[in-house]
Design a protein around this ligand. Structure first.
Ligand code: FAD
Ligand code: NAI
Length: 482
């Protein structure tokens, strides 16, 4: 293998593998180094997203939704099902197949684009002594067990991602106390499932196992629920998740200990400070993720890491070192796969002399619960804090023909627009398939659209997109169907 490259990418998650492909498309001789192994001990490209994140979680969410539909929703359509049962190992193996198809697909894309793929841990070693500034060559050690190679590259893209944050009093063994990998691999439905952390992983995994029959208790430290979302959306979500999905959600709690005996006992103080305890059979710990820089060799080359462990970068993902960029979960900004990939593309284009750019203000968020939650731009509480005058338009799914036909009428769409210019500042959605609907709002915001622009665009009937249309009309108090 050629050990000298234009670009070495460390990490083959959605940040790294996409960066590598774009570099190769631009004619750069590229190597991608990744250490991920699947449960069978085989190299598996795609990082967190493909192996234990976005893709497997959505596969299981879909299975559990189908089960839920068959159990509770088909009857309204006149569809009668006999005794219903869930074969969890079949569901898990379907998920595993989807994962292996995708991870194998990345390997195929690497071959197609003539990207050298090296399995092992990449550690930054040094830069060439005789060159300085932009002409230096960087050296990386790639270690796989006892085998070690050194590769040289003019440019490095660090895309080492993140790992689950640990709680010292609840050590993950992925047998009873689980992180996201364990929560995606259970082979039977736990009777009582506890979740520490009411964030995105907690809600997605919690609702998935709830739908299959677990009693799910989510214990969240913050007094507010889903703090990152628009407060009105978060309120609606909490109402639906507790009343309809059946999740038990407690906010403002403080965990004092976790004991493992026959059951797992979580001891905590509730929002009033009263001592409580809850027994569960499995416990998911989903309290955020930490950037992955351990063992990267940052200290060998003087790469700056901030006090929260993120690699310091500027708006163009440039680190403090010449020709070393960093993208994705390992740098500031939302920990989302599409954000990582777009940064990967932008950096590859910048290396090739083009003008790569990512607008962090229009990154869409989606939470794949039922109903789904999606947003882009500012929340109402952010606009209030910033003292920005705004107008709102809101429309419920209940008044939409397609939502009625689907039998999914919970939730609404809210458009926030500047009070003076009418420019859209944020769009917030909770309802069916809003993961797909949010794209229109992202495009609108990227093109600096006003709410009137969306209001004057023809939307197909009957479609869920009409809810966004009516919400945009509502900004000017001229929604038709309400
Ligand atoms: P990662 O995907 O973490 O990849 C980093 C890769 O680098 C890994 O393969 C790692 O093994 C490798 N690596 C690390 N250090 C080294 C080293 N020194 N040498 C060699 N290799 C190294 N995001 C969404 O946008 N949508 C979703 O629906 C979604 N669902 C999620 C569900 C779950 C359960 C979880 C946990 C996350 C989810 N995310 C989702 C977040 C998403 O997975 C991450 O934002 C995304 O994977 C980040 O991509 P990345 O390339 O920065 O890092
Ligand atoms: P998160 O940051 O979304 O939520 C963690 C929650 O745990 C927070 O609400 C926090 O207040 C709470 N918490 C922290 N310490 C606690 C403690 N000691 N006791 C109780 N609660 C505590 O993190 P999560 O859910 O682990 O997900 C990590 C990241 O992965 C997300 O932020 C997101 O970037 C990404 N992700 C994205 C998904 C998507 O796009 N659909 C799906 C899943 C994950």
């Amino acid at each position: 293998m050629n050990q000298s490259f234009d670009v070495a990418v460390i990490g083959a998650g959605p940040g790294g593998y996409v960066a590598a492909i774009r570099c190769a498309q631009l004619g750069l001789n590229t190597v991608c180094i990744d250490e991920w192994k699947n449960p069978q001990g085989k190299p598996s490209l795609g990082g967190t997203c493909l192996n234990v994140g976005c893709i497997p979680s959505k596969a299981l969410l879909e299975s559990s939704e189908n089960y839920e539909r068959a159990a509770h929703k088909f009857s309204a359509h006149g569809i009668k099902v006999g005794e219903l049962s869930m074969d969890v190992p079949v569901m898990i193996s379907r998920k595993d197949k989807i994962v292996s198809n995708f991870t194998g697909g990345v390997a195929m894309l690497f071959r197609k684009n003539k990207i050298a793929s090296m399995h092992g841990r990449g550690t930054l070693l040094s830069s060439s002594k005789n060159d300085s500034g932009n002409n230096r060559t960087w050296r990386i050690e790639v270690k796989n067990g006892e085998e070690a190679h050194t590769v040289e590259a003019k440019h490095i893209i660090i895309a080492t991602g993140s790992t689950p944050r640990q709680l010292p009093f609840a050590p993950v063994d992925n047998a009873r106390i689980l992180d996201n990998a364990g929560a995606l691999a259970l082979t039977e439905v736990p009777e009582r499932l506890g979740v520490i952390g009411g964030g995105v992983v907690g809600l997605e995994m919690g609702s998935m196992w709830r739908r299959l029959g677990s009693e799910v208790t989510i214990l969240e430290a913050l007094p507010t629920f889903l703090t990152a979302a628009d407060a009105q959306v978060a309120k609606e979500a909490r109402k639906i998740f507790t009343k309809e999905t059946g999740l038990i959600i407690q906010t403002g709690i403080k965990i004092s200990g976790v004991k493992t005996g026959e059951a797992i006992t979580v001891q905590y103080a509730d929002a009033e400070g009263k001592a409580q305890q809850r027994e569960v059979d499995k416990l998911i710990v989903a309290v955020g993720r930490v950037p992955n820089t351990a063992g990267l060799g940052a200290e060998n080359v003087g790469l700056k890491i901030d006090d929260r462990g993120y690699i310091e970068v500027d708006g163009g993902c440039r680190t403090n070192l010449p020709n070393i960029h960093a993208v994705g979960d390992v740098v500031r900004g939302p920990m989302l796969a599409h954000k990582a990939s777009e940064e990967g593309v932008a950096v590859a284009e910048a290396i090739a002399g083009q003008a790569g750019h990512v607008n962090l203000d229009t990154i869409p968020w989606v939470i794949y619960t039922s109903p789904e939650i999606a947003w882009v731009g500012k929340t109402e509480q952010e606009l209030k804090t910033a003292g920005i005058q705004y107008k709102t338009g809101q429309f419920p799914f209940m008044a939409n023909g397609r939502a009625r036909a689907l039998g999914e009428t919970g939730g609404f769409v809210k458009v926030l627009a500047d009070a003076n210019t009418d420019r859209i500042l944020g769009v917030h959605m909770i309802g069916p398939y809003v993961s797909e609907m949010i794209a229109e709002a992202v495009v609108a915001m990227e093109f600096a659209a006003s709410s009137e622009d969306i209001a004057r665009i023809v939307h197909a009937h009957p479609s869920l997109s009409e809810v966004l249309h009516e919400a945009a009309l509502g900004v000017d108090k001229r929604a038709i169907h309400i």
